[in-house]
Design a protein around this ligand. Structure first.
Ligand code: PMV
Length: 316
């Protein structure tokens, strides 16, 4: 039997960085994200396999195998038959583009259906979150908030895709895999950054500001809190030992370009995750201008554009 699901990556406006419980993979802070409609991962689960296998865009992906096998054991039982998992994405994986979010969200939806079990959306989000924190948010479309409550994560929708159709222009400044994976990097930050506790302590205020800006459709307030929260997270990374600097020169040039555009009246702001890519969020009328400006930055290899999109779902 073959079951397939599609999930879209999401980009956090208020970031998740740090774990409260690494065993259960519970985040130390809540987060707010937007789900991208034009980028996707399709996950196929085949239960007629002769051995467990995992391929990503046609290549074996052994590093993800332990997390995936553990997830399949939970659903099918440890004495299950071998399962073949294959995925395709239309964007570079492991480069700070939240590919783990769309991978694990689509895996959870497809594998749950293949196992014949029925889980509520809450349970699916919680399951996805146990595999990759940000994956829980990709169960939802539009604007979503991950709340950090008790021994579970709970995700809720803040606003749907249609009622505030923002666009995201992604400047790819390097396409190789990242140097330190986010799970390991978060632990280094928690243990060593002098700013880590301050970061955690201020998150509730940042979440409230972003929630409010989203509710009021206040672009400039959302720009302000998103960039502040992003730069605070990177300050934690930079001040960790060893330091984790995911940016390159083009990353910084893109940031200045976004600020220049905004000074010229363009509704645009940036955010950056655990990688060197710059995600510029703008209103749809400015997409061409933002794309052209970022495309001219030295070191920008490639631009991708996406609108907002739906939560993870089964596909034919
Ligand atoms: O879900 P993970 O373990 O890949 O961590 C995501 C971390 C950031 O992308 C940097 C922030 C976020 O909230 O997505």
């Amino acid at each position: 039997m073959r079951v397939s699901a599609r999930a879209h990556p999401n980009i956090a406006l208020v970031k998740y960085w740090g774990k409260r419980d690494s065993e259960l993979n519970l985040p130390a802070v809540g987060s707010i994200s937007i789900t991208l409609g034009d980028l996707w991962t399709d996950m196929h689960i085949d239960t007629d396999a002769s051995a467990d296998e995992l391929t990503v865009n046609g290549e074996p992906a052994d590093s993800m195998m332990p997390r995936m096998s553990a997830a399949l054991d939970q659903l099918f039982g440890a004495d299950r038959s071998p399962i073949s998992v294959s995925s395709e994405s239309n964007f570079p994986v492991a480069a700070g583009l939240a590919s783990s979010a769309s991978a694990f969200a689509s895996l959870v939806v497809a594998a749950t259906a293949a196992s014949g079990r029925e889980l509520s959306k809450d349970d699916l989000a919680n399951f996805a979150g146990s595999l990759s924190g940000s994956a829980a948010r990709s169960l939802y479309g539009g604007f979503a908030e991950l709340e950090n409550a008790g021994d579970r994560v709970a995700v809720r929708s803040l606003r749907d895709t249609e009622s505030w159709p923002l666009s995201v222009v992604i400047a790819i400044t390097a396409s190789g895999p990242k140097s330190v994976g986010s799970g390991e990097a978060m632990e280094i930050s928690r243990r060593t950054s002098p700013f880590y506790m301050r970061w955690v302590g201020e998150q509730e205020d940042d979440l409230a500001s972003a929630r409010n800006a989203i509710e009021e459709q206040d672009f400039s307030a959302l720009a302000d809190i998103t960039e502040h929260n992003c730069l605070k997270m990177h300050s934690v990374m930079w001040s960790s030992r060893p330091p984790m600097v995911y940016w390159n020169a083009a990353t910084l040039d893109c940031m200045h370009t976004v600020w220049r555009l905004r000074a010229d009246g363009v509704d645009v702001f940036f955010t950056i995750d655990a990688g060197p890519q710059v995600k510029a969020v703008c209103t749809p009328e400015y997409v061409d201008r933002v794309r052209d400006a970022l495309g001219e930055v030295d070191g920008v290899e490639h631009i991708m554009i996406s609108g907002l999109g739906a939560g993870a779902h089964l596909i034919e």
